[in-house]
Design a binder for this molecule. Structure first.
Ligand code: G3I
Length: 366
């Protein structure tokens, strides 16, 4: 009996030591992630010895909300790990302008103050997008010329308000369809098919020093759409400073091969490149019921791959940085707003535990 017990104990020890991710310290207790199913003693969390911003040679950003600006825990980790922030919702059209000619600056200014206090770069998100648009825009009943004057005024007011406070803007967001055509929106319909150029011109005129980005999703996986964004940037070469690839990806897609191919094409534009909203879902087809070590390790490796490709492919002068779309899993857009999506897409657990995905990023950055 004693021999059997010793055999089991030594087997467990060997299992743990054979694993190159055998970090077993689990920080925090609040959430139930990392139950280590499968018999491994390895944890989905680890104890970090390096910080993201201290290891990276380019900016590392996080998306945040006004509420988080008031959280001591969030602030402690954000200021330690990140040197760039993007407002998740506070600088969008519906937040800024509830009525035509009326501006609500308080939410955005809270993010400005957070960035300033914590010595972080602020990336503006986003001027023109077909979502989170106020009803005065969607219900606009004037002429197209009046619509254009109203939108020009909005863009000018907003960019002027944040001039000297934001380093950059996602000027136009998600304007392309998956087949490379222009998405039909209230903006394309009323401002014309060249509306993207107009909006960039207005933004440039209001703040000539801000870096201006075109930002979209699936650019990292759909080569056709990526080429359309590239064509847009080349056609507006003096106005578009950079391309934002949102990078809402999964542990399985895009493959390294696809991402490498797309990055070659994007890099060839010479534009700044921002991985602007990175998260890595682990449950793309709903088959994952718990966040076990094997799943966390796969996710860690995907994060490592993405940061590695960015570091390898993007020349230093084009590295605007990588921004993760939220800090903790529980903060993710996939988990809030009633989505309740069973996923764990970010670098920190619900109680600010450091996930091994963070370790994967550090390994890629070193
Ligand atoms: O603030 C209200 C709250 O008062 C209300 O009780 C609650 C009820 O659902 O809604 C809250 O507003 C929500 C807001 O997030 C803040 O949580 C909105 O309904 C919800 O639509 C909004 O979702 C945002 C989403 O964009 C809108 O499409 C997400 O937070 C935000 O992370 C997400 O970010 C987008 C990027 O801007 C563009 N790329 C895709 C990315 C993910 O969808």
């Amino acid at each position: 009996m004693r021999k059997l017990v010793l055999t089991i104990i030594s087997s467990l020890f060997i299992l743990s030591c054979n694993d190159d991710d055998d970090i077993t310290v689990k920080l925090g207790t609040g959430n139930q992630l990392g139950d280590n199913s499968g018999g491994s003693s390895a944890s989905v969390y680890y104890t970090p010895t390096s910080t993201l911003k201290g290891t990276a040679t380019f900016p590392i950003g996080v998306a945040m909300s006004q509420n988080q600006a008031g959280s001591a825990n969030f602030t402690a980790i954000a200021s330690k790990e990140f040197n760039s922030v993007t407002a998740s919702n506070e600088m969008k059209f519906s937040t800024h302008s509830p009525a035509q000619g009326t501006y609500n600056w308080a939410p955005g200014d809270a993010i400005v103050n957070f960035a300033k206090t914590n010595n972080m770069r602020l990336h503006g998100h986003t001027l023109i997008w077909h979502q989170q648009v106020p009803t005065w825009v969607t219900n606009f009943s004037g002429t197209n010329a009046e619509f254009e004057a109203a939108i020009k005024s909005y863009v000018t007011e907003v960019v002027t308000h944040y001039k000297g406070k934001v380093a950059s803007w996602d000027v136009v967001n998600e304007a392309l369809n998956e087949d490379d055509s222009l998405r039909s929106t209230i903006f394309s319909q009323k401002l014309g098919s060249n509306y993207i150029t107009k909006v960039f011109q207005w933004a440039r005129a209001a703040d000539p020093t801000a870096k201006l980005f075109y930002n979209d999703y699936n650019l990292e996986s759909n080569i056709t759409k990526a080429n359309a964004a590239i064509a847009l940037a080349i056609a507006n070469s003096t106005l578009i400073d950079g391309i934002g690839l949102q990078m809402h990806i999964s542990i399985t897609t895009p493959s390294a091969t696809v991402l490498n191919t797309i990055m070659d094409n994007v890099v060839a534009t010479g534009k700044l490149i921002h991985f602007s909203e990175l998260d890595v879902i682990v449950n793309p087809n709903g088959s994952v019921s718990s966040y076990d070590y094997a799943t966390a390790l796969t996710q860690k490796n995907k994060y490592k791959e993405v940061f590695g490709i960015y570091k390898t492919k993007v020349p230093a002068a084009q590295r605007f940085g990588i921004t993760v779309w939220g800090m903790r899993d529980v903060d993710s857009w996939l988990k809030v707003n009633g989505n309740n999506f069973n996923d764990y897409p970010l670098l920190f657990g619900d109680n600010y535990e450091y996930k091994i995905a963070h370790q994967g990023v550090i390994e890629a950055l070193k």
